[in-house]
Design a protein. Structure first.
Length: 235
């Protein structure tokens, strides 16, 4: 998805879903700016297919749950919250509670699941989504990254990860993320990789000449580690 496209296909809770969208990331588009020692393992891995998240609310809530804690803890917390308060689906699984349902929960509902520290950011996000979700769905992805950061407790990591999740455009992903750094180092240990997040992110972006190339580079690198985000992200 290009930077001037909106995410009008995103579900806003009216009870209808768009058709699933699968993005394909082909390492053959990686150019000469990508170091050969990194490009080689990505070419060896081959193309990666990723199912785009059709639900902006779910993407934002997932990003909030992933803040501060490790990904395996976040997955467990997410599924427990779905089981306790989520919406039943035809498959028998329970989807993440809609924003309205989150606002109806009390402090004890969160505390019982060990999520007391997630209550305030989820409540703030739910309130903002209900007020602005329709507007957000019309925004170009880059503008959406900035817009959702006006919500308390949503920082650049959460905003970038959530918008990448719903658009499939990982040129918007927080490239200083620990998972990107970890799997890049494992794939190409001979590279003299910067240690701090901001410098790494600039260094990483220099490996691509187009947003599509940067998106592909990022997704393929994350895919080397299996489930995305095995390390602790910031907010």
């Amino acid at each position: 998805m290009s930077a001037n496209q909106s995410i009008t296909a995103t579900r806003l809770g009216e009870g209808t879903d768009p058709a699933p969208h699968v993005d394909v990331y082909d390492p053959k588009i990686l150019g000469e700016n990508t170091p050969t020692v990194l490009r080689a393992p990505l070419l060896g891995q081959g193309s990666v297919r990723r199912l785009r998240n059709p639900d902006l609310w779910d993407a934002l809530a997932t990003g909030i749950i992933r803040q501060v804690i490790r990904a395996d803890q976040a997955r467990l917390m997410y599924h427990r919250f779905c089981d306790a308060h989520g919406t039943a689906t035809p498959s028998g699984l329970r989807a993440f509670p809609r924003a309205e349902a989150v606002l109806a929960l009390n402090q004890e509902d969160f505390a019982t699941l060990g999520m007391a520290f997630k209550r305030r950011p989820l409540i703030a996000a739910a309130e903002a989504f209900l007020a602005l979700g329709s507007k957000w769905a019309e925004l170009p992805p880059e503008d959406l990254v900035a817009e959702v950061q006006t919500v308390p407790r949503i920082g650049p990591w959460t905003a970038g990860a959530a918008v990448a999740d719903v658009t499939g455009d990982f040129s918007l992903y927080p490239h200083g993320d620990m998972a990107v750094r970890k799997y890049a180092a494992q794939a190409a240990p001979v590279l003299d990789q910067p240690n701090d997040e901001a410098t790494f992110a600039r260094w990483w972006r220099s490996f691509a000449t187009t947003p599509a190339e940067l998106s592909t580079l990022t997704v393929l690198t994350l895919a080397l580690g299996g489930p995305r985000g095995q390390d602790r992200p910031p907010s």
